[in-house]
Design a protein. Sequence first.
Length: 303
Amino acid sequence: MILYGTNPIAWANDDDQSIGAHIPTEQILHEAGRLIGFDGIENGHRWPEDPAELKSLLAGYGLRFVSGWYSTHLLTRSVEDEIASVQGHLARLKANGCKVCIVCECSNTVHGSPDVAVNDRPRLTANEMAEFGARMEQFAAYLAKQGITLAYHHHMGTVVETPDEIDAFMAATGPATHLLFDAGHCTFGGGDPAEVLARHVGRVAHFHAKNIRRPVTERVRAEGMSFIQGVLAGAFTVPGDPEGEIDFVPLMRILADAGYDGWLVIEAEQDPEIRNPLEYQTMGLKALKAAAREAGLDQTVPA
């Protein structure tokens, strides 16, 4: 069953919590659940840590907890330490019926650093990638035994950003490690999203429908801007935005052909003072549903 989700960073950013700080939590949930009609929402810094409180809060707005970002530090600590660290997050996932754990290596990332160019991100050698992948696979195998699939989020400013790095990471990991495919990060990172998705769709466990504004992402590269500066400049947007670069119908068709069954999440952080989240998330959901139906991924009849 295809479900549609959003991420609260469209309203209140996690990497820079001053962005959207003026927007009440109740407004985020009311707009996402009651006004726009998403099925669920991902994690954000506003949500309660207690699993039961989280479930109750979201249910009050007709929303489910989709999953949430978990920062691994497997380049700097052991798999055993990572397993100990994830326990609180894992409890929230289990209590809320989540199927995936969204993971990204953050021991040396620059995407949260406001003054560091995204171009100056860390990179791994082939041997380092192989060792990293082996550790991630061990961690993923542990999560699998807990009934949760690890979905690795390739992301700007991290050690898995480019198409080649996505390929290398997937080759370095095994069957327990799956991919969160993010159309926007793939394109920003230099990839053709349809080509990259087609190569790895058999291991895609989660999908982020993020769009980009190509002129802005090119300026981020050319001017040595940080990831957060790029966000504020408008690097990202939603499906259906006329300024967006990505055609989502071919991506939905690839998912449909592979029998994808899960969440389609609009994760598109922008400056909410410039681009109204209610307007853009409404636009995004309408366009994403239309693309999924045109591709045969979503075969429900529109209400």
